[in-house]
Ligand binder design. Structure first.
Ligand code: SAM
Ligand code: ZN
Length: 297
């Protein structure tokens, strides 16, 4: 078992059963009480909910956006996007697109370099949560920097694709989960890697919830991407579509990301651009106040 306060994660042989290894870190996505691992489900003694499994993958994703945490329903929401990769064929198409196009492969290798740089900054981890993990495209960028990876995505199709195709050797557990209701205890993982989700969220309410949830479960750091409002890419997009024929990009300013970091007890350390001209994506590293290395007592 991986205990939140243990000094080191167990060896590979001990965590062969990924889910059992993180049982102590789990929390009900609805009421946050402890979850009990049963043979084919997870049970919450707090609210009485029972979460099933598909092919050994716990289904812990709470669907929906602001209405699901009691905030007012918005006109634009990312609800439809949550359904986009539920089918494994759609997930395969997304991941193969990134593998087969030369420009996409260049993008992925630059993403690896940025994440690798952040990993060197934060040092080795016991447990990293990757949410959303998609089909595991980004996992090799940080898997060597941690003893264990929790792979989570709202779409079961992405999880199925990732589980079937990923060759990463680091011990892992998979689950479906919403980034708005992360089924983990506060500070249960060293850090969370959240790549290419924020720019799909259309409202302040959703972005606000995302940052607070990522920071809640992370003890030391969060790596999160966002589409920079002041990027050249967004400027040219706005100039080319002045009459809003194309929807505006869902952007954030770096100042707002730094504010989220402060609000949640952390500090924005760096936010390098993926590419200065051809992309608006930035890869932010937020470090929590008082964070120490994974092996510190
Ligand atoms: C653009 S993909 C990025 C996947 C992966 N990080 C990558 O870079 O390849 C966005 C992912 O977010 C997932 N997603 C959408 N809404 C979500 C939510 N509320 N919580 C968790 N995952 C979500 C989708 O299923 C999809 O797999
Ligand atoms: Zn519960």
């Amino acid at each position: 078992m991986i205990h939140m306060d243990s000094a080191r994660a167990p060896a590979t042989s001990q965590v062969a059963n990924g889910l059992a290894a993180i049982a102590d870190l789990l929390a009900c996505p609805t009421c946050r009480a402890k979850l009990a691992l049963e043979s084919h489900s997870l049970y919450c003694a707090g609210c009485g909910a029972r979460f099933g499994m598909a092919d050994g993958v716990p289904l812990l994703a709470v669907q929906g956006t602001s209405e699901s945490w009691g905030a007012p329903q918005q006109i634009e929401q990312s609800t439809a996007y949550q359904s986009e990769y539920q089918k494994v064929e759609r997930a395969a198409a997304y991941n193969l697109y990134y593998q087969q196009r030369i420009l996409r492969r260049i993008t992925t290798s630059r993403e690896y370099a940025l994440i690798g740089r952040h990993m060197r900054e934060v040092g080795h981890s016991r447990v990293i949560l990757e949410l959303p993990c998609g089909g595991g495209r980004m996992t090799p960028a940080f898997a060597g920097s941690t003893d264990f990876v929790i792979e989570a995505d709202i779409a079961i199709g992405q999880i199925q694709y990732g589980r079937a195709t990923s060759t990463v050797a680091t011990p892992r557990a998979w689950m479906t989960a919403s980034a708005f209701h992360i089924p983990l205890r506060d500070g249960s993982v060293d850090g969370t890697v959240c790549i290419r989700l924020a720019h799909h969220l259309p409202t302040h309410a959703e972005r606000d919830r995302l940052f607070h949830e990522l920071m809640r479960v992370s003890r030391r750091f969060v790596i999160v991407t966002y589409f920079d409002h002041h990027s050249l890419k967004n400027l040219t997009h706005r100039m080319r579509h002045p009459f809003r024929k194309k929807p505006p990009k869902l952007t954030m300013t770096t100042a707002r990301v730094a504010e989220y970091a402060r609000e949640c007890g952390g500090r924005l350390v760096a936010a390098p651009a993926l590419f200065l001209i051809s992309s608006g994506q930035r890869y932010a590293l937020i470090v929590k106040d008082g964070a120490r290395g994974a092996s510190d007592p």
